[in-house]
Every structure is written in structure tokens, then in C-alpha cells.
Design a protein around this ligand. Structure first.
Ligand code: FMN
Length: 329
């Protein structure tokens, strides 16, 4: 068994967690992942704090294991009722939170005042250090490989994690680009206390995503994602399809694009329908480059058992490599 600060802090067996996934982090998947390890309900998928309460109760009916709630702070003119979602989850007895996005200070302060454990997900060491000062318990370091928002600095996980090892004081987990035991073993070698996955969990039996989309992920490879919103400095890695390529073409037009020009194409509702009707070209949907590593649709339990076994084998193999004490360059 792989014991790390993450397994100790969260009381889980395998050092793997699932991050927030809008429209995908729903009770059935959250309960399935939490039965095997740790998962978060994605708050903003719920239309209101009251709906989040119901989702928490629904999840609790399917698992007696702890699970968390993700609150993603979006760059938007009319922000959702973050405080209402946070209070509702705390009142429902949730003790673990994943925060992501801009200006998480007030939320982190509130959760810490309520005795909760906070995992903050960010894409730069600069942001990780400032979240550390705010008192977060665990940092989730999201590399350029990730689905969703990789930030604007384009730094891959290898360098981010090596810097995290040298510069962070709290435990950190590797996020982005991990889908198997090899990725888990690599993250542990880079000093991480575990890994956070998104795309891999999307393609499991318990994920509510339409079967066609799961099949599409299985058939695709690592070149099948694209960045949209680059020119608006709100980059998002999404599946490469007709809609995302149209968005990129509009963004690349001479003079660039305003959000108004692409609003209809990138509408969240269109993206949500992809997961329901299974048409991969209906709208924008998030996917990371791990789609090049995903070749099947296992249950969450099978996936985690396999990852644990693979990571242990790889760690055992590396430990068995003989080291010549006299070796010098
Ligand atoms: C379909 C999907 C939706 C996502 N939605 C969110 C979200 O609402 N909030 C968030 O913090 N991260 C979101 N993410 C990012 C994941 O939590 C996680 O950080 C990321 O998927 C890790 O990279 P990976 O996909 O390579 O594992 C989403 C990812 C996917 C695949």
C-alpha cells in the first residue's frame, strides 16, 4: 500500500483524488470514486445552493465515505452565489473542499474558520505560495497537460512539480496528464503526495457522460485537444471538434475576437448537451491530453486497483535498480 501525507490527511487508501468537473462531478460518480478513494461534487453544476444540498444528500445515500465539494471561482461579470454554496455545503456537514480559480482568499478563510480541510488547485508556483500563506492544507498543482484551465504560463507538470518539491511547505498533489499507475509513480517520484485526475474519471462506468463520448475518448489520442480562449487570456483545454476549431479560427482572425463573437459557440448549455445526447460536435467539452492514455471504460474501483498495482510494480522496479556508489559523471 502507498502511504503518503495525502492518504493520511484524507483517510484514503490510494493516493488518488478526483477534481471538480462541471456537469460531470455528479452524485453517482462522486459516490463511486469516494467509495474507493476521494472525490468532490462540483458545486456550480448545481443551479443553486439548495440544489447542492440535495446533491450532497443524494451522494451520502450512496456512500458512507467522506467526499468533498469543489467551488470554482470564475472570471465572470455576474458571479454565482459562491458564499451561499459554501455555507450550504458546510451546513450539510462537508469537511473537505477543493477551491480553484481567481481570488480564493475569502472562501479559504471561511472554510478554515469552519474547521474544514482545503485543497487549492492552481497552475503556478506563485499562486501555490500565496494559497499556502492563506492556510490551505493541500495544493493541487495543475500542469499544462490538464483538461480545463491550465493558466497562461504553459508550464508542464514536470517542471512545476520539481519546483513544488523545492519550494512548497504543505503537501501537494500532481494534477493534469495522469491516467495510470505510471503517472502516479512518476508524481510520487517528483515529491507529490498523490494525484488528482479529471479526464480519466470521466471515462468510467459510473460517469454519467453519454457512452458515445466515452467511446470517443477511448478512440482519440493526445493530439485531439485544443486550447480555446487563448486570446482572451482565459485559456481552456477542450476536445478538438467542429465547434472548438471554429472558436479557434474566430480567435485567430485579424483583429482577434471579443467574447461576444464566440458566446453562442461556447455556451455551457451546448457543452452540457454533449454529455447527454452523445454528439461530440454539439458544443465545447473539456478533455485533457490523457485521452491518449485512455483505452478502456473501467469501473472506478477497477481503475484505482489497477493504478495502485501498476504504481507499486514500477516503484518496486525502480527500487531494485542497483546504484553504483562510485559512479561519477
Ligand atoms: C469535463 C471536465 C470538467 C471540468 N470542470 C472543472 C471545474 O468545473 N472546476 C475545476 O476546478 N476543474 C475542472 N476540471 C479540471 C479537473 O478538475 C482537473 O483539474 C483536470 O481534469 C486534471 O487534468 P486531467 O484531465 O489531465 O486529469 C474539469 C475537467 C474535466 C475533464
Amino acid at each position: 500500500m502507498l502511504h503518503t501525507p495525502l492518504t493520511k490527511l484524507l483517510g484514503i487508501r490510494v493516493p488518488v483524488v478526483q477534481g471538480g468537473m462541471q456537469w460531470v462531478g455528479l452524485p453517482k460518480l462522486v459516490a463511486a470514486v469516494s467509495n474507493a478513494t476521494q472525490c468532490v461534487i462540483t458545486a456550480l453544476t448545481q443551479p443553486s445552493p439548495m440544489a447542492l444540498r440535495h446533491a450532497i444528500r443524494e451522494t451520502r445515500a450512496m456512500t458512507d465515505k467522506p467526499f468533498g465539494v469543489n467551488i470554482t471561482l470564475l472570471p465572470t461579470i455576474n458571479p454565482p452565489d459562491y458564499e451561499g454554496y459554501a455555507k450550504a455545503a458546510v451546513e450539510e456537514g462537508v469537511k473537505i473542499f477543493e477551491t480553484a480559480g481567481n481570488n480564493p482568499g475569502p472562501l479559504i478563510k471561511f472554510f478554515k474558520s469552519q474547521g474544514c480541510l482545503v485543497i487549492h488547485k492552481c497552475t503556478t508556483i506563485r499562486h501555490a505560495k500565496s494559497a499556502e500563506k492563506m492556510g490551505v492544507d493541500i495544493l493541487s498543482i495543475d500542469g499544462f497537460e490538464c483538461a480545463g484551465h491550465p493558466g497562461e504560463d504553459d508550464i508542464g507538470g514536470l517542471v512545476l512539480l520539481a519546483r513544488a518539491a523545492k519550494e512548497l511547505k504543505v503537501p501537494y498533489i500532481a494534477s493534469g496528464g495522469i491516467a495510470d499507475g505510471r503517472g502516479l509513480a512518476g508524481a510520487l517520484a517528483l515529491g507529490a503526495a498523490g494525484v488528482n485526475m479529471g479526464t480519466r474519471f470521466m471515462c468510467t462506468v459510473e460517469s454519467s457522460v453519454h457512452e458515445n463520448i466515452k467511446q470517443k475518448i477511448v478512440e482519440s489520442n493526445e493530439t485531439d485537444t485544443v486550447h480555446i480562449f487563448r486570446t482572451l487570456r482565459n485559456t481552456a483545454r477542450v476536445f478538438k471538434n467542429k465547434v472548438s476549431m471554429e472558436v479557434v479560427a474566430i480567435e485567430r482572425r485579424p483583429g482577434g475576437a471579443k467574447f461576444e463573437d464566440i458566446r453562442e459557440l461556447v455556451s455551457g448549455q451546448r457543452g452540457r448537451i454533449v454529455y447527454e445526447n452523445g454528439d461530440p460536435d454539439h458544443g465545447i467539452w473539456s478533455a485533457g491530453i490523457t485521452i491518449g492514455l485512455i483505452n478502456d471504460i473501467p469501473t472506478c474501483q477497477e481503475l484505482l486497483e489497477r493504478m495502485e498495482r501498476e504504481a507499486e510494480e514500477i516503484i518496486g522496479h525502480i527500487s531494485s535498480l542497483s546504484v553504483n556508489p562510485k559512479a561519477k559523471l
